[in-house]
Every structure is written in structure tokens, then in C-alpha cells.
Design a protein around this ligand. Structure first.
Ligand code: ASP
Length: 439
């Protein structure tokens, strides 16, 4: 079974971190394809190499002197090379980047050099072949990742080399220019490589021992999730839980390859497994909690609205005409509630409200802002009774007023709406009732 291992910026920020990574790779023969990010922060206040490179580009594109950040970039790599005692010089590669900055600066090309240079070091350090992502990862004319072409070319290339380093974050556009994914995109490269070589697992090495059940800024030392399904992860990431680049899920998900999130600084920890399906129960009824603030609710009331078949359609149209995505539509017999993001609604508020008033002539139309939504997610919820009751007991005991409830038909999640000011307290009380009290 082949393993693809992706290491994030903090795992490769210094020679010391590279050594940890080297030990991890060498400890398992199956770790054959390595996807590095660019060097990240070594300490608070440090600057990521990718950010320094963006700064080089900004200055160069205005014809200004870019040597301060450029020298800082060179120093970062030279320090790593020296720290590892490698007999390797990146002088030629640095010259090529400088030349490009001076004569035809390109944003994506410049940013991509962070991963490119780190890939060269990694390949020298491990003795693995170097595969330039610009030769094997493709984007189409519209600028979207071209999976078919990439699968074919990268798959073929990997079948010819047993062990290789493929830098993350970039590929080549249809116009022949280097193109990057959005920020954090090395996660996507790892997933693409895993898919192309039909890996048994995609290991994503970072600086935490897995996904946490709740935001650690809100709940102190939340438990780590051991197993989570792609669907659960999607629900949690949509509601703000940040783990990996969202688009990193798709290539491996389609191929049925599990992702294992691991900690470079604590490699013995098992981390979190992200899988398509699992018979494993999570330790607790819920898998995780996530949420976001600043939603609005628009409550539309009209007697006998349910007997008008196109009532909903008309209301929905008033929002879609203004390109406002709908988050939730909890409804009663003669009331319909629309939940939308405040930021997207406020700008067009009066157009939407007057359209609704005109088209469906409601008896009342009320708007409330400052609502936070909390998603309580868990695949085990559907086979257990009393989960919703438990959530509401937790909130009632904390004297938090619930403004909205929505349970998805899949019973994978229950969403509750509370006031922004109750958000943190609500999350803590739900976490407490499911985790601390279930222990
Ligand atoms: N180095 C890039 C960034 O900082 C990509 C990555 O780290 O995944 O966004």
C-alpha cells in the first residue's frame, strides 16, 4: 500500500522541523510520495515564505526594489540547507526567480517558488526524485483544475518512479504559465497525488494531533475526533471549522481514499481519520460542533400560505434575483423563515423586502439580525433518541433562548440559531453536555 504524505508549512519551517519530517518518512517504507508546502512560521511574529514572495511580486510589479523580502526568502532556504548539512546550492534557482521578478513579474509563478524550492531541498534531503508540479498538474482554459489530464499524466509519471517529491500549491495553466491553487492549496496537491497513484491513504501532516470537536478558542482543550466521515466534515467546515483546504476533499473522496490528519511534532498520536463510511462509532453521540455568527432571519407570515403552491418559489426568487444564497428555511404552517448571511443581505435588504411585500403580500414581515448558527454534527445521532432534547436542555440550563431549529433530513446535524452574544456560551454548554457529561 502506497502512502502520500503532505507536510504543511509549520512542519517544514526550519532544519529542525525537516529532520522530524525525515524521521517520519523513513520510519515507514510505504511513505513514497511527498508533497511539501513552503516554509511557514518558525515562531509568533515570523513571516511565511509564501507571504514574503507575494511581497516580492507586489514590489516588483510596481517596479520597486524587492530585495528586502527576496533576501529574507533566500536566507530562510540557506538556513535550512546549512542546518541539514546538505551539499546543495539553490543559487541557480534564486537567479531565475530574480530574473523573472526584474523582467516579467508574475504573481502565481512567484508565489509557487516557495513550494518549488522547498521541494528541491526535500528531494536532496531524502534522495527522492523531484517532479516539478508544473509538468504534471494541469488547469484548463477556464482556470479550473483539470482532473482528467492530471490523472493521466501524473499517474503515468508516478508509475515510473518509486519515490518522489512533488511540490504543493501549483501546476500549469492552459496558457503555459504557472498557476497556483488558492491559499493553503498544498492540501489539494496532496489529494491529487494520492488519487493519481491510487494510494491507500493520504496523510496530511500538520501541527495539531487531529481535528478538534470544537473551536479551541471557545472550548478549552477540546477532544480530538478519531473518525469523521467526509459528509460530517463538510457540515462542520461549512459552519466554520477549519482544518484543510476545502477542495482537498474532492479528489480523494471520489477515489475512496481515506485522509489521516497527523501531527509532525507528535508523530505517535494516531490523529484523525477522514473516511467515506465507517462502522466505528464516535466516542460521543456527536462528532463535533461548529458555528458562525452574523446571520439574519426574515420571517414572513400569511394566513393559508401553505395552500398557495408557488408561495415559497416566489419568496425564494426575491433572494436569488439579488444573488443572496439561502442558508436555511425553517417553516411553520402560516410562517416561513429565511435565514441568510447578514453581509450578503444588508446591501440589498430594501430591494428584497419590497419585492416580497409586493409579490406575496404577507400579513407581516419581520427582520432580525445578529443571529448565530451552531451546527451540532454526528453520524451517530440518528440511531440515538434524545439528542435534540439534550441540546435544548443544555441551552435551557444556560438560559439561552433558541431562535431557530433546523434538523437536516439526513439526521447528520441539528442547527440551532441563538443571538450572537450567546454564541460562545451556547457552544460551551452543548460541548459540556455531550462530552464532559458522557465521559
Ligand atoms: N504556501 C501556500 C500558502 O501559504 C500553500 C500552502 O501552504 O498550502 O498558502
Amino acid at each position: 500500500m502506497k502512502k502520500v504524505v503532505k507536510f504543511g508549512g509549520s512542519s517544514l519551517a526550519s532544519a529542525g522541523q525537516f529532520q522530524k519530517v525525515g524521521a517520519i518518512i523513513r520510519s515507514d517504507e510505504a511513505r513514497v510520495y511527498v508533497v511539501p508546502s513552503a516554509p511557514g512560521k518558525r515562531h509568533d511574529g515570523d513571516i511565511k515564505v509564501t507571504d514574503l514572495l507575494y511581497e516580492c511580486y507586489e514590489l516588483a510589479s510596481k517596479g520597486q526594489n524587492f530585495y528586502e523580502p527576496f533576501l529574507a526568502v533566500k536566507d530562510r532556504y540557506n538556513e535550512i540547507i546549512q542546518g541539514l548539512g546538505l551539499n546543495l546550492s539553490l543559487a541557480e534557482a534564486f537567479d531565475a526567480i530574480e530574473d523573472k521578478l526584474l523582467h516579467e513579474p508574475e504573481k502565481d509563478y512567484t508565489a509557487s517558488r516557495g513550494e518549488y524550492l522547498n521541494g528541491l531541498i526535500m528531494s536532496g534531503y531524502l534522495g527522492y526524485e523531484f517532479i516539478d508540479a508544473a509538468e504534471v498538474i494541469f488547469f484548463d482554459e477556464a482556470g479550473n483544475f483539470d482532473q482528467t489530464k492530471t490523472d493521466a499524466v501524473l499517474g503515468q509519471k508516478l508509475s515510473e518512479c518509486e519515490r518522489a517529491v512533488i511540490p504543493g500549491f501549483y501546476g500549469i495553466g492552459a496558457d503555459g504559465h504557472v498557476k497556483t491553487f488558492s491559499r493553503g492549496g498544498s492540501d489539494i496537491t496532496g489529494s491529487i497525488v494520492a488519487r493519481a497513484c491510487k494510494a491507500g491513504v493520504y496523510e496530511n501532516w500538520t501541527d495539531v494531533s487531529g481535528l478538534l470537536m470544537a473551536d479551541p478558542h471557545i472550548v478549552s482543550s477540546p477532544a480530538v475526533m478519531r473518525n469523521i466521515t467526509y459528509k460530517e466534515l463538510r457540515e462542520l467546515s461549512y459552519m466554520g471549522a477549519s482544518v484543510m483546504h476545502e477542495d482537498a476533499i474532492f479528489p480523494v473522496k471520489k477515489a475512496g481514499i481515506p485522509i489521516n490528519i497527523r501531527n509532525t511534532n507528535s508523530p505517535e498520536d494516531p490523529g484523525t481519520w477522514i473516511v467515506a463510511n465507517t462502522a466505528r462509532r464516535s466516542k460521543y453521540t456527536i462528532t463535533g460542533i461548529a458555528g458562525r455568527k452574523n446571520f439574519c432571519s426574515i420571517v414572513i407570515a400569511k394566513d393559508l400560505m401553505h395552500s398557495q403552491p408557488d408561495f415559497y418559489t416566489k419568496v425564494v426568487q426575491c433572494f436569488s434575483e439579488n444573488a443572496i444564497p439561502l442558508e436555511h428555511l425553517p417553516s411553520g404552517i402560516d410562517t416561513m423563515t429565511v435565514i441568510v448571511q447578514e453581509g450578503k443581505f444588508i446591501e440589498h435588504e430594501q430591494e428584497v423586502l419590497s419585492r416580497i411585500a409586493k409579490i406575496v403580500q404577507p400579513e407581516s414581515l419581520e427582520v432580525e439580525s445578529g443571529i448565530a448558527l451552531i451546527a451540532v454534527v454526528g453520524r451517530s445521532m440518528k440511531s440515538q433518541t434524545g439528542t435534540a432534547a439534550k441540546i435544548f436542555r443544555a441551552l435551557a440550563e444556560a438560559r439561552i433562548n433558541v431562535r431557530m431549529i433546523d434538523q437536516g433530513a439526513s439526521e447528520l446535524n441539528i442547527i440551532v440559531g441563538v443571538l450572537n452574544e450567546d454564541f460562545e456560551r451556547a457552544i460551551r454548554s452543548i460541548y459540556h453536555i455531550f462530552v464532559d457529561k458522557e465521559e
